[in-house]
Ligand binder design. Structure first.
Ligand SMILES: [Zn+2]
Length: 261
């Protein structure tokens, strides 16, 4: 029986490489693409990193998140694991986060999260397969989850073409965001209520069965030539959690000094 390859919805696949878009300076608009399309920017006018749309082609690259699927999951409040609707109740939308309650009082209140929410079904899957989450995770219902900004690379003017100088989190009202190539959407989490796993278990006991998610990307390793990548996923799925910017929004990057020519 072939092993099964499983990847979270937001994970980039090997065929989803960056497109060869040429960055240029646009007068009064910051950076842009030489052959820019309307879809290259979000509703706030921020430019987004463009990668090929080849979901489930090749093998999942667990250290990379596909920017536009992350953005879609964040905008539509989809589960980052299966891509279906995230769980919600009267206390808000469900998020699964690494446990950083020592970071500041009332954590994760005010947290800037790049992690999309999750559905109830996928909580046990993520908990079983992600070693980082197994070391400590917190389930939180969130009442307010305003879109606050993006994570991306900041570009400065250069002789030939804009050049990247620093990666960071940028609010949409930051003038520097016009010089950012975005790779992830950020929501600010407020009105957080911690949920115990026992409580969740009582709600969805029948869903806590091993690896039976409804919409996760999967393929036979015999087809992809990716023998053993289920184990790889178990080891490396944590990467998206490591990249989570846990800072509150008022700690977002102050970049004024970087922009001086
Ligand atoms: Zn799910």
């Amino acid at each position: 029986m072939p092993s099964v390859l499983i990847a979270p919805y937001i994970t980039a696949w090997s065929a989803e490489q960056d497109l060869p878009c040429v960055l240029v300076e646009w007068p009064d608009r910051g950076i842009g693409y030489a052959n820019e399309l309307l879809s290259d920017r979000d509703r706030h006018g921020v430019l987004w990193q463009q990668t090929a749309l080849r979901h489930r082609v090749g093998w999942p690259e667990f250290t990379r998140v596909r920017p536009l699927r992350q953005r879609r999951a964040m905008e539509l409040l989809l589960c980052q694991v299966c891509g279906g609707p995230a769980d919600r109740n009267d206390d808000g939308v469900l998020w699964l986060q690494r446990d950083h309650r020592d970071d500041w009082p009332q954590w994760p209140e005010g947290m800037a999260s790049m992690e999309p929410p999750v559905c109830l079904t996928c909580v046990p899957v993520a908990m079983q397969m992600c070693p980082v989450l197994r070391r400590g995770a917190v389930l939180v219902h969130v009442r307010e989850y305003q879109i606050a900004g993006v994570r991306g690379a900041l570009y400065r003017r250069s002789v030939l073409a804009p050049s990247a100088i620093v990666a960071g989190n940028f609010t949409y009202d930051d003038p520097a965001v016009r010089r950012v190539l975005a790779s992830a959407l950020i929501r600010e989490l407020r009105g957080c209520t911690t949920v115990s796993f026992e409580e969740l278990h009582a709600v969805g006991k029948e869903r806590f069965s091993p690896v039976t998610t409804r919409g996760m990307s999967r393929s036979d390793s015999s087809n992809s030539g990716a023998s053993g990548r289920l184990i790889s996923w178990m080891i490396r799925y944590s990467c998206t959690h490591r990249s989570n910017p846990r800072s509150s929004l008022n700690r977002m990057t102050n970049v004024t000094s970087f922009l001086s020519p």
